[in-house]
Every structure is written in structure tokens, then in C-alpha cells.
Design a protein around this ligand. Structure first.
Ligand SMILES: NC(=O)C1=CN([C@@H]2O[C@H](COP(=O)(O)OP(=O)(O)OC[C@H]3O[C@@H](n4cnc5c(N)ncnc54)[C@H](O)[C@@H]3O)[C@@H](O)[C@H]2O)C=CC1
Ligand SMILES: O=C(O)C1=N[C@H](C(=O)O)C[C@H](O)C1
Length: 239
């Protein structure tokens, strides 16, 4: 595949390394306003966006308008997700967004949903989420922590929302910590007076995020429509 990288920071570089190992070619690196680049869809099969929250929507929709499918992992811009989907559909192209592309985190998401379903009737337990990331991270809480919270809210009718730090009794408190060089650690804790249940995912590097994004791009390349990592994983486990 001929890949355009939208964002060439920590993730852009990790994706370049894995994409090239898998036989793909990086044909464009966008590092500033996308209007300054030539987005020729005859030279680009797919765009992979790991940029910054304030640029993601423009990056993604500019590609759609050129008929270029997009894989996006940028977090902190999701207020515009529905609009982005609409632009994708209007231009007959394809889109996958995931707050976390790591295959391990996507297994962790499944586990979180199953645990939330089991815990929903156990009123003695309170639930909280903690995420730890490197100090350069621009958004808090992480996109992954928001996905974990939304999954619990969907399963448990006693939980009505989430808040960063100070939550009401019917909300999930989400704690965001920033520590030098941490690629990403997420913990979901259920606590009662007699015991504590924790599930933890610890990324050891950015390799898992980058591999998942390239696998998602390979899946998306010749498709039309809106997809999720669930579709990618179903396809992967089928083959
Ligand atoms: N979904 C997932 O699996 C993962 C998501 N992320 C998210 O990806 C995003 C990028 O993460 P990192 O690479 O660690 O950040 P980074 O700060 O290392 O890289 C972002 C890059 O975007 C560039 N940039 C600035 N304005 C731009 C524009 N208008 N167009 C294109 N690029 C522009 C910056 O110069 C920088 O090099 C963040 O939102 C982060 O939360 C990070 C890791 C995994
Ligand atoms: O900014 C990061 O680094 C990461 N961001 C994503 C998020 O916000 O959840 C995914 C991963 O945890 C790394």
C-alpha cells in the first residue's frame, strides 16, 4: 500500500517502521496544515492519522474529499466524529477510528464489557478508572479511558456518566496521571469493603498501537463505509 502519514511524531515514526517491514511504502508525511500538501489519490491508497486533536478533523475530512480512506487514532477530537462519518459517506470512501489500536487493548475492551456485565448487580462495589501516560500527552483523560468508561456506562444502569477526578456517586471517577516515558497503562478497579477486583493493561512500547493501525489500514484499503476495530479483529480471527 501507498500510505500517507498524517502526523509524523512518536506514532507516525512507529507506524512507518512497521508499515515498511510489512512491505508498504510511505509516500507522504503531513506535519502541518494539510492544505500545504498535494493529496493526489492516484498516488495514495490510504491515510493514517496520528496527529494532534486540533488538526484531526480537518486532516481526516480533507482526505475523504479526495476519495482517500482514513485510519485515525488521534484522540481528543471526538466531538466531531459524527460529522467526520457524514463526510466519509458523502464521498463514498472508508473510515476506521479507534481510541486504541493495540490488539491487546481490544481484548481488554472485551474483558471490561464482560466484567461490567457481571458487576452491574453487585451494589457494594464502586468502580473507578486510572490511566497513566507520558508527560507530552495533550488530552486527558485518554481516549482509551473514555472508551472503557462508556462501555461500563452502557452495561450498568446504576452508572450515569464519568468525570475526570471528582465524580458524583452515580458517575465513574477517571484519574489521569502523567509520568515520564509511560506509553499507556489503563486500570479498571471495582472496590468494596471486603475486596478489590482490578483489570490492568500495560503497553510496553508503542509497537502494539502501530501494528494495530497498519493491520486496520490493510483491512480498510479497498472497502467503503465506516468500520471499527471489532470488524478488523473479526476478520483477523476468521482468517
Ligand atoms: N489510537 C491509538 O492507538 C493511539 C492514539 N494515540 C494518539 O495519537 C495522537 C498522536 O500521538 P503521538 O504520535 O504520540 O504524538 P506526537 O506529539 O509525538 O505527534 C503528533 C505529531 O503531529 C504533528 N502535527 C501538528 N500539527 C499537525 C497537522 N496540522 N497535521 C498533521 N500533523 C500535525 C506534530 O508536529 C507531531 O509531530 C495523539 O492524539 C495520541 O493520543 C497515540 C498512541 C496510540
Ligand atoms: O497519547 C498516547 O500516547 C496514547 N493515546 C491513546 C489514548 O488516548 O487512549 C492510546 C494510548 O493509550 C496511547
Amino acid at each position: 500500500m501507498k500510505i500517507a502519514l498524517l502526523g509524523y511524531g512518536k506514532m507516525g515514526k512507529a507506524i512507518e517502521e512497521i508499515a515498511e517491514k510489512r512491505g508498504h511504502k510511505i509516500v507522504l508525511k503531513v506535519e502541518e496544515d494539510i492544505e500545504n500538501y498535494d493529496l493526489d489519490n492516484s498516488k495514495i491508497d490510504i491515510a493514517i492519522d496520528f496527529s494532534v486533536p486540533k488538526a484531526a478533523f480537518k486532516n481526516i475530512t480533507t482526505c475523504f474529499k479526495q476519495g482517500i480512506p482514513v485510519v485515525s487514532g488521534t484522540t481528543g477530537w471526538l466531538d466531531h466524529y459524527e460529522k467526520a462519518k457524514k463526510v466519509c459517506e458523502e464521498n463514498n470512501t472508508a473510515f476506521i477510528y479507534a481510541s486504541n489500536f493495540s490488539l491487546g487493548v481490544n481484548v481488554f475492551f472485551e474483558l471490561n464489557q464482560k466484567l461490567a456485565n457481571m458487576m452491574k448487580g453487585l451494589e457494594d462495589y464502586s468502580v473507578e478508572i486510572e490511566e497513566i501516560h507520558h508527560v507530552q500527552k495533550l488530552d486527558a483523560p485518554s481516549g482509551t479511558a473514555i472508551t472503557l468508561a462508556e462501555q461500563i456506562i452502557e452495561k450498568n444502569p446504576r452508572v450515569n456518566g464519568w468525570q475526570l477526578d471528582d465524580a458524583e456517586k452515580d458517575e465513574i471517577p477517571v484519574y489521569a496521571k502523567r509520568v515520564e516515558d509511560v506509553p499507556g497503562t489503563h486500570t479498571v478497579t471495582y472496590d468494596s469493603e471486603i475486596d478489590k477486583i482490578e483489570i490492568v493493561h500495560t503497553a510496553k512500547s508503542r509497537q502494539g498501537f502501530a501494528l494495530g493501525a497498519v493491520v486496520a489500514a490493510e483491512y480498510l484499503k479497498d472497502k467503503t463505509g465506516i468500520f471499527t476495530m471489532k470488524d478488523v479483529l473479526a476478520d483477523l480471527f476468521q482468517n
